[in-house]
Design a protein around this ligand. Structure first.
Ligand SMILES: *Cc1c(COP(=O)(O)O)cnc(C)c1O
Length: 230
């Protein structure tokens, strides 16, 4: 077994253990393998070990890997900060975008998505850490953005995503994940059916699953430590 296959097995075990610990079914939690900075060969190795969904942070790097691995049936998620000048590339290379934090970006993605393809799946990135973090829409602004994005027919609003500021305070971390869960619940009461809570990474997937994550984004625990400081 390769080390990537071995690591994938260990991560899937962590997900299953965390699900069982809180009475959830492991199949209700998807694993997104975050392959940023790693070459297409590493993605292929993970794919050979049964992994199908991959996450990328950089538009051009991600689009290049999508093209290199086009012969395989993989699902590609864009999870990084998205600038206006990269929306056309991202709208057509990827199946999902997790990092929508303003309407302008959503409108550009919707206008630029190839109409022959199914709608682009999107999540809104929410800042659940307050002052400590600058990325993501403020919790108070989520509802307005969600309704505006849901009205764009080339996009399909799937849920919410967050990257809480790193902290050793487990109770605080749980609170931040719980905040995202409650925001999703509020949107559902408001008539938006959302099936995705994208939260939890290599070091904090257990508390994220305990608070309802339906998709965890894991890089380091699968591919190893990244040498570039991304
Ligand atoms: C890099 C990254 C991850 C994966 O982080 P690891 O700590 O390597 O598991 C998850 N989500 C986002 C948005 C990232 O940029």
């Amino acid at each position: 077994m390769t080390s990537i296959a071995f690591n994938l097995q260990a991560v899937r075990r962590r997900i299953a253990d965390a699900a069982h610990a809180c009475g959830r079914h492991p199949d209700d939690i998807r694993l997104l393998a975050v392959s940023k900075t790693w070459p297409a060969e590493c993605v292929a190795e993970a794919a050979d070990a049964g992994q199908t969904a991959f996450g990328e942070n950089y538009a051009q790097e991600g689009a290049d890997k999508v093209a290199a691995l086009a012969s395989r049936a993989l699902e590609w998620h864009f999870i990084g900060p998205l600038q206006s000048n990269k929306t056309r590339l991202v709208a057509n290379a990827f199946d999902w975008v997790h990092s929508i934090d303003r309407l302008k970006i959503a409108e550009r993605l919707a206008a630029q998505r190839d109409p022959a393809r199914p709608p682009l799946n999107v999540c809104l990135q929410v800042n659940v850490s307050g002052e400590a973090s600058k990325s993501g829409v403020a919790p108070e602004a989520v509802a307005a953005l969600a309704h505006a994005v849901a009205a764009l027919s080339a996009l399909r609003l799937r849920g919410l995503m967050s990257i809480p500021e790193p902290t050793d305070d487990m109770a605080l971390l749980r609170q931040r994940f719980a905040k995202l869960r409650m925001l999703r619940e509020a949107l559902e009461r408001d008539g938006l059916a959302l099936d995705t809570l994208s939260m939890g990474m290599s070091h904090d997937l257990e508390p994220a699953i305990a608070e309802g994550a339906t998709l965890v984004r894991v890089g380091t625990a699968i591919f190893g430590a990244r040498s570039r400081a991304h």
